[in-house]
Design a protein around this ligand. Structure first.
Ligand code: GLU
Length: 305
């Protein structure tokens, strides 16, 4: 039964919370409690199963990269976006500057900071922060999403590495707009407040091919959704994406705020909050929870049992 499987996965994930560490390079994030763990599952047939800290709001961080990529693909099209950014796992940490300087002019993929800042640079002349916020509320089915000013300020104050990425992109002619306002928009998107429930809704819409399963409204094209899910599987879990594709096999995107948003094709969306992180930046309890759930319910994308 789904209820039992989610509960035992949540209990299993909790065992690992103290093996991780809450992010502190953005000082405001360090205030989160490492023992939070919440999971929400929305199935396609209308069931919701939740355990733990699902009401807790936290910042979306890197999961916003999915939202800005979705907006860019819908608005500007596949060819334009991927003439700016590649589709390859980088194998480096999310905020690395190394390969961008030495190996390629284009960022490796839109799920790392360089790629996301590049994509936001493409979007910035077309859309305002308010439009992106409204879009985030729609595709997470959560009108409570707001800009968390404390995290935003904290991130802007300590965000020089991301500004450096912005200037490097500009020096290579990849980013054409103003660096500071582009990176500022990136910080704002990272500072949107969500819950495990809103992430599960986004996962559910992706699992359903871009159609809101509650209203039947198409929110994203099938091609946009296919592209995003593939990039989530190959690049969504930082430089552990390969290992987790093998162990878990569920397209997922994590953020250093402790969120993980996952989608099981035609079946369910999963949202997780657990701010204690593994050494790569993924929610440590969340990763074990997902691995357990995937095994129990045979959710691996290539499971043939
Ligand atoms: N705002 C964070 C940063 O750019 C996002 C990192 C993440 O969640 O991967 O450093």
């Amino acid at each position: 039964m789904l209820e039992d499987a989610v509960k035992s996965a949540w209990q299993y994930g909790r065992r690992f919370l103290l093996n991780g560490k809450v992010a502190d390079y953005i000082p405001e994030l360090s205030k989160a409690s490492p023992v939070y763990l919440g999971v929400c599952v929305h199935t396609m047939d209308g069931k919701t199963v939740e355990y733990g800290d699902v009401d807790q709001r936290f910042t979306i961080q890197s999961i916003s990269k999915v939202i800005t990529l979705a907006m860019a693909l819908e608005l500007l099209g596949f060819d334009k976006v991927f003439s700016h950014v590649m589709m390859e796992p980088s194998g480096d940490s999310f905020n690395s500057i190394l390969k961008l300087d030495t190996a390629s002019n284009r960022p490796y993929n839109p799920m790392i900071n360089a790629g996301a800042i590049d994509v936001i640079g493409l979007l910035a002349p077309e859309v305002s922060f308010e439009t992106l916020l409204a879009f985030a509320r729609t595709i997470c089915m959560d009108d409570g999403i707001e800009l968390d000013m404390d995290v935003y300020r904290s991130e802007a104050f300590t965000g020089d590495r991301n500004r450096a990425i912005g200037y490097l992109l500009k020096s290579k002619g990849v980013l054409s707009g103003d660096v500071l306002s582009t990176v500022d928009l990136y910080f704002r998107m990272c500072s949107l407040s969500v819950t495990a429930r809103s992430l599960a809704r986004l996962g559910q819409i992706l699992a359903n091919g871009g159609v809101n399963p509650v209203t039947g409204e198409r929110l994203l094209s099938a091609q946009t959704v296919r592209t995003i899910k593939t990039l989530m599987l190959t690049c969504g879990m930082y430089d552990r994406s390969g290992e987790l594709a093998v162990r878990v096999g569920i397209p997922s995107k994590s953020g250093v705020g402790g969120g993980i948003m996952s989608c099981v094709e035609k079946c369910m969306g999963i949202g997780i909050y657990g701010p204690s992180l593994d050494e790569k930046g993924n929610s440590i309890g969340g990763v074990y929870l997902l691995e357990h759930l995937s095994k129990e319910m045979h959710l691996h994308i290539f499971d043939s049992e």
